[in-house]
Design a protein around this ligand. Structure first.
Ligand SMILES: Nc1ncnc2c1ncn2[C@@H]1O[C@H](COP(=O)(O)OP(=O)(O)OP(=O)(O)O)[C@@H](O)[C@H]1O
Length: 588
């Protein structure tokens, strides 16, 4: 019946509106009894007792009163269920985005394209229907027939027994159908996720597909996925249709049995007309919530299927709420590196090994090295050597499989992830720009910063001229993923963010693509200013950057093959020598 304890747990602190909704629906069921009682009395008095019109007024009044109350309570129940659902959805969305953020970009990238967005958008939407429609209806289907049964039994036990005998058939059939429908809805959900993935892949890779004349085959793949989704949906709809038909049938047969039994007893005068009418009026309302549950059954199924993906995201690693606490790393550039104690903030990798899931070879293997506090360490090595993996481990986008990374006298895993990341400013090679103004894109690094700090960061990042050229200056929208900026400009925006954050640790991935020499010089100058006095880890591609670093780490095949200064490495590392002996040869 799609009642999942974990789904209930999502309601969390928002039980009140749901309880109110169920109570209102229960009270509406009581009003139905009042309505039936008033109407049966009215008809009996008018046609059997031939009462005077004035004597009918109280029954008419009660009937109107119960009808209005029923309507209002129904509305309240509906409204409260929606209110509760909106609160659950808001919380769920926040938990999901928090869980995804905590797992980091490696996790997001490891999922098939579109899966995460389908979970976030369609999944949460499917749960919406589960909470606002299916769940209240489920309780109503349990409560309303029970209330009606309590009203019918004392006045007509025969009808009471018929109702009692037929009602369990409905959940029984639903459970039988549900078993099969569950697997089908799961398949439908799976094909929907795959289809979204194809769409996203095609949109993102359109230039590549065009260039290799493969857009036709991708089009066919989408058509295939669409067809599979259609087939899966039709199967689900067939079962949904069958289930509501079955429930309708049970309801109709039950009503017919009661009508026949009442008719026979009316003929033999074994039953009063008013009682007979009262029971007959209530019978459709007895089956109604159960039949309506059949209609909402599909929403319940879809919600249950979607919840599997949602829980898979929520069940990810959680940030330990009671870890060593907030690391208080001093801003290295405000302290001279030789001050006693700063070396406590050296970042040490001790026997760190990391293997990607489904990978045979570790990306990093027993790496032991130190990134001295307040100094610049350049990391270099051939493609695939593990440089980005090292950076991701430091940023805690992933955790070592074995070995430890320590800073401030503790393994960094003992700090709260968010608190640790607060210490780091990260300038990736391809920074992400959000579809907002330039100001917001820079301010996101430090929401509380003043306009003066913002202007200062813009100047240090060499963005002043660009800002002056923009139509609305800092308030110019950057467009989706920063379409209006070049790669070099986006890099400088990322540098401005880092200046704004003013964090003691700086992690940078030096851009490999060359902009024009003038801009290049601006970028390099900005990077050098930013690095000053901070604990910097830079994935370096240019000899100039590497030479200016305090220490150089050469990675090869996931292992630290050499460390030292430029001069030492020229002598001691074959890779380093071959890569950098010619000063013009900059890239790695
Ligand atoms: N998400 C992933 N899943 C599986 N293997 C991965 C993943 N990311 C990287 N690898 C593998 O891990 C190894 C190290 O990759 P990494 O990206 O750290 O190298 P890199 O030195 O940064 O390379 P480059 O200079 O080309 O960016 C490579 O063999 C790569 O194929």
């Amino acid at each position: 019946m799609n009642i999942d304890r974990r789904m209930f747990s999502l309601i969390g602190g928002h039980r009140a509106p749901f309880i109110l909704s169920i109570a209102a629906s229960g009270a509406a069921a009581v009003m139905v009894i009042g309505q039936a009682a008033a109407l049966s009395r009215l008809v009996n008095d008018a046609f059997i007792e031939k009462a005077a019109p004035a004597e009918l007024v109280p029954s008419i009044g009660f009937f109107a009163l119960f009808s209005i109350l029923r309507m209002l309570l129904g509305w309240l129940g509906h409204n409260e269920a929606n209110r509760g659902t909106i609160a659950v959805r808001r919380d769920l969305f926040a938990h999901l985005t928090e869980a995804i953020a905590l797992r980091g970009p490696i996790y997001a990238r490891s999922l098939p394209s579109g899966r995460l967005s389908t979970t976030l958008i369609k999944g949460v939407e499917a749960l919406d229907a589960y909470f606002s429609q299916f769940l209240p209806q489920l309780f109503l289907a349990l409560l309303a027939p029970l209330i009606i049964l309590i009203a019918v039994f004392p006045v007509d036990p025969v009808s009471g027994f018929i109702l009692l005998g037929t009602a369990p058939l409905i959940p029984l059939f639903m459970a039988l159908i549900g078993k099969r429908a569950g697997a089908m809805t799961d398949r439908q959900w799976e094909t929907l996720s795959r289809m979204s993935g194809y769409f996203l892949d095609m949109l993102q890779g359109l230039p590549t597909l065009k260039l290799f004349a493969r857009s036709r085959s991708q089009h066919d793949a989408i058509a295939d996925a669409g067809e599979r989704f259609r087939t899966a949906t039709m199967k689900v709809l067939r079962v949904a249709f069958l289930s509501s038909l079955t429930l309708e049938l049970v309801g109709t047969i039950g009503t017919a049995m009661i009508a026949v039994a009442i008719g026979l007893r009316l003929l033999t005068a074994g039953l009063a007309f008013q009682t007979a009418l009262f029971v007959l009026l209530l019978t459709p309302d007895f089956y109604l919530p159960l039949r309506q549950l059949g209609l909402k059954f599909h929403a319940g199924m879809e919600g249950a299927s979607a919840s599997k993906d949602i829980f898979a995201v929520l069940d990810g690693p959680v940030d330990d709420p009671e870890p060593a606490g907030h690391p208080k790393m001093p801003l290295a550039h405000t302290i001279k590196p030789d001050v006693a104690g700063i070396s406590r903030w050296d970042i040490r990798f001790e026997g760190v090994t990391y293997s990607y899931p489904d990978s045979r070879e570790p990306a990093l293997s027993s790496l032991t090295c130190t990134i001295p506090a307040g100094k610049t360490t350049a990391v270099t090595g051939p493609s695939g050597a593990g440089k980005s993996t090292l950076m991701n481990l430091l940023l805690r986008f992933q955790d070592p499989c074995s070995g430890t990374i320590t800073a401030g006298g503790r393994p960094i895993g003992e700090y709260r992830v968010e608190a640790w990341r607060e210490l780091i400013a990260w300038v990736p090679q391809h920074p992400f720009l959000f579809n907002d103004t330039l100001r917001e894109n820079i301010m996101m690094a430090n929401r509380g910063a003043t306009e003066e700090t913002l202007r200062y960061a813009v100047r240090l990042a060499g963005l002043e001229e660009l800002v002056n050229r923009l139509p609305a200056g800092l308030d110019t929208p950057v467009g989706e993923q920063g379409v209006r900026f070049s790669g070099g400009e986006a890099q400088r925006i990322a540098l401005a963010r880092a200046f704004m954050k003013d964090a003691p640790i700086l992690v940078l991935d030096e851009p490999t693509s060359h902009t024009d020499p003038e801009l290049e010089a601006v970028l390099q100058r900005a990077i050098r200013t930013l690095m000053q006095g901070r604990t910097t880890l830079i994935i370096a591609h240019r000899l100039e950057t590497i030479r200016s670093a305090d220490a150089i780490l050469v990675l090869e095949g996931g292992r630290g093959s050499a460390t030292g200064t430029h001069r030492e490495l020229m002598e001691g590392s074959a890779f380093y020598r071959s890569a950098f002996q010619n000063p013009e040869e900059a890239g790695t």
